[in-house]
Design a protein around this ligand. Sequence first.
Ligand code: ATP
Ligand code: MG
Length: 390
Amino acid sequence: MKEIILVKNGELVLKGLNRSAFEDVLIKNMKRHLAETGEFKFTKSQSTIMVEPLSEDVDLDDAAECLLKVFGIAALSRAAVCEKNMKSIINTVTEYLGEELLSVKTFKVEAKRSDKKFPLKSPEICRETGGIILKNFNHLSVDVHNPQLTVTIEIRDGYAFVRGNNLKGAGGMPTGTSGRAAVLISGGIDSPVAAYMMAKRGIELISVHFASPPYTSELAEMKVMDLLKKVAAYCGAIVTFVVPFTEIQEAIRDCCPEEYSTLVMRRIMMKISDIIAKSQNCQALITGESVGQVASQTIYALGCTDCASDLPIFRPCIGMDKDEIVAVSRKIDTFETSIRPYEDCCTVFTPKHPKTKPKLEDVLEAESKIENLDNLIKKAAENAKRVFVK
Ligand code: ATP
Ligand code: MG
């Protein structure tokens, strides 16, 4: 029996004249995700894309698993292809969905008839198929409102499809359809979630990580790479810049009043990220900040970091509670990696009493105590190590 995957492309259907271009990007992304699974043919048709394996030995379980991580897919389902007559359709329902029908108690049949010449109308297809299912599987009853299994029959031009329940896709927009941004990635819980949330909206990511050896370890850097790999499983490879930050952090420690040191550091992170982001044609920065989470994320502190770059700064976690952020990190499987206990540069030299209501002029005054800061910033950006994470 020939089996294919049908992909429903959620929000893309709203895109009017651009739709075809969006679908092309989606197909390109699907090909990339399926590269190691086998060869497939992709056919666009209304709001679905048909993914057809080109050889017998392709593992469709693997293929479906890969496609569940592709942004821009609202739902997908596997379907059996059969001849366009009721006998073949009913045989296929029994054979292809038999096990599923045995494992549930309620079902309904839906029919979609894009070939209007098919002799039976949709309600007739449903009635006939439903009747035979009830006869063959006499433990079942019909529930049209909340069935455990929906059997869908689609009558297309050359053939019919039979399928069971949809699987929920990753949602969002295809990666690469919403521009490019640089995510500031720490080893914490929030920034990988922020990266995932913006990538889900179709943004292509690069990332910037600040490392301060010997205060931060190689294990901390590996942890960040592991986190990025988890995000890259959704959005594709992430070019990453590891910025040498020790000299700057020591300068902050030695020159700036302690209560402003974290904010000065965060502004410098933004400035370096701004240079790297612009050199990589990014249109925005992304952080995992959330209002009130720590002293450097009060509304006053965020105001002081915001103006360190003239790029828009996206903070998708800004209104989320920690437990909500954790729920996303568990969903995307970054949580267990994030809680590995290595120091981040943000947690070395932390002041005892950071300002929670800083004034920008005082932060700028503190920042001005560092000699040659512009050069240090330029040098750090230039000396960043470039890593390709996938
Ligand atoms: P996370 O926010 O990722 O859980 P965290 O809470 O330890 O880690 P914060 O101190 O809250 O980090 O930092 C706020 C944001 O600043 C992070 O979400 C991240 O975007 C950025 N950031 C912090 N440390 C680094 C770093 N070492 N390299 C790059 N960006 C960082
Ligand atoms: Mg945080």
